[in-house]
Every structure is written in structure tokens, then in C-alpha cells.
Design a protein around this ligand. Structure first.
Ligand code: K2U
Ligand code: ZN
Length: 181
């Protein structure tokens, strides 16, 4: 088990389309364990493999409330609901949309409102190789769409105005140049 470094923009790997998983191996299982450990440590409620530099179509998610979540009442039991999505495909989206203030572990400390379909149907393979098709709504649907975007090299800032997007990317490009000096 290892906490892996999370890539920040403008790393070009975050803009690449990732490759489907063709076989679930011990290496895949070890990678998923590292992805969950990295996500919980961040902390986050989702993480896509390209965010740790692995260009495969793998996502981990856990949108359940945990004791460290401010909304969890004192004494409420700590719960978690880890979901592993291999080769996820969104097969249907609702016309109804929902606006959520999104952030991204690869674009730290920036939060902007993004409008996305409120309900989705998603098909994926789990770590046991079973094909799952399920519906999701609310925050889980937002998170799933955010993560599937990562697998296609798309970031939440791509939904913002060019002005807002460029203001954010310029800050990270400047920081990357300084780090390279
Ligand atoms: O993919 C990532 O960068 C992790 C994202 C997942 C996410 C983004 C927007 C909306 C929902 C999920 C987050 O940075 S995880 C941090 C977080 C925690 C609670 C609520 C929203 C975002
Ligand atoms: Zn993200």
C-alpha cells in the first residue's frame, strides 16, 4: 500500500485519453489499493488513475460521509462506501441538471460552480470482473461524471469561461516554471 503523488495541472498526462483495462491482474488490484489510500489521504471523494500518472481507465470513489466530515453528527457511526470503476461508461444522462461547486485534487484550492446532469446511468466492471450497471444521482452522479471526464483528459475547468480557465491555468503554469528553475 502506498500514497502516490497526485499530478497537478499543467501536467500533460491530465489532458490525455486513457486506455481501457484489458485484464484485471494483481498489479491492477495493488494499484486500486494505492488509489484508495491516496484518495482518503488527500482527502477526496474520488480519484482517477491518470491523476497519479497511470494512464488506465480506472476510478475509485467514496462519497459516503465519514467521521471527519463536518456534516456527520457527533456519535454518528463512521461509514464508507468504496466503489471501484474499471472501464466506466456513462450510458444515459437526465435532462434535469444540478449545479455543484466542484474542486479537483489536481487543481488544488480552486472551486467553481459546474452544471451537470443530475442523474446518470453508468456501466463499469468491478475488481472481481463483474459488469455492473447502476443509476446515480446528486453528489455521487457529479463525482462519477467528474472522474470519467478525467479518463478522457477533461477537467472541471474546461466547463468554465475561457477567462476563468486561463486565470487558473496561468497560476499553475507560473508555479510549474518556478519549480523547474
Ligand atoms: O477527481 C478529483 O480531483 C477528486 C474530486 C472529486 C469531486 C470533484 C467535484 C465534485 C465531486 C467530487 C474532489 O477534489 S474530492 C474533494 C471533494 C470533497 C467533497 C466534496 C467535493 C469535493
Ligand atoms: Zn478532479
Amino acid at each position: 500500500m502506498a500514497i502516490r503523488p497526485i499530478l497537478y495541472i499543467p501536467d500533460p498526462r491530465l489532458k490525455q485519453v486513457t486506455a481501457p483495462v484489458t485484464e484485471i491482474t494483481d498489479e491492477t488490484r495493488a494499484l486500486v489499493k494505492d488509489m484508495f489510500e491516496t484518495m482518503y489521504d488527500a482527502p477526496g471523494i474520488g480519484l482517477a488513475a491518470p491523476q497519479i500518472g497511470v494512464m488506465q481507465r480506472i476510478v475509485v470513489i467514496d462519497c459516503a460521509k465519514r467521521a471527519d466530515d463536518a456534516e456527520v453528527a457527533e456519535g454518528e457511526e463512521e461509514i464508507s462506501d468504496p466503489i471501484t470503476l474499471i472501464n466506466p461508461e456513462i450510458t444515459w444522462v437526465s435532462e434535469e441538471t444540478r449545479v455543484y461547486e466542484e474542486g479537483c485534487l489536481s487543481i488544488p484550492e480552486y472551486y467553481e460552480e459546474v452544471e451537470r446532469p443530475d442523474r446518470i446511468r453508468i456501466r463499469y466492471m468491478n475488481l472481481e470482473g463483474e459488469t455492473i450497471e447502476r443509476e446515480a444521482d446528486g453528489l455521487l452522479a457529479t463525482c462519477m461524471q467528474h472522474e470519467v471526464d478525467h479518463l478522457n483528459g477533461k477537467l472541471f475547468i474546461d466547463y468554465l469561461s475561457r477567462l476563468k480557465r486561463e486565470r487558473i491555468t496561468k497560476k499553475f503554469e507560473k508555479a510549474a516554471r518556478r519549480a523547474a528553475e
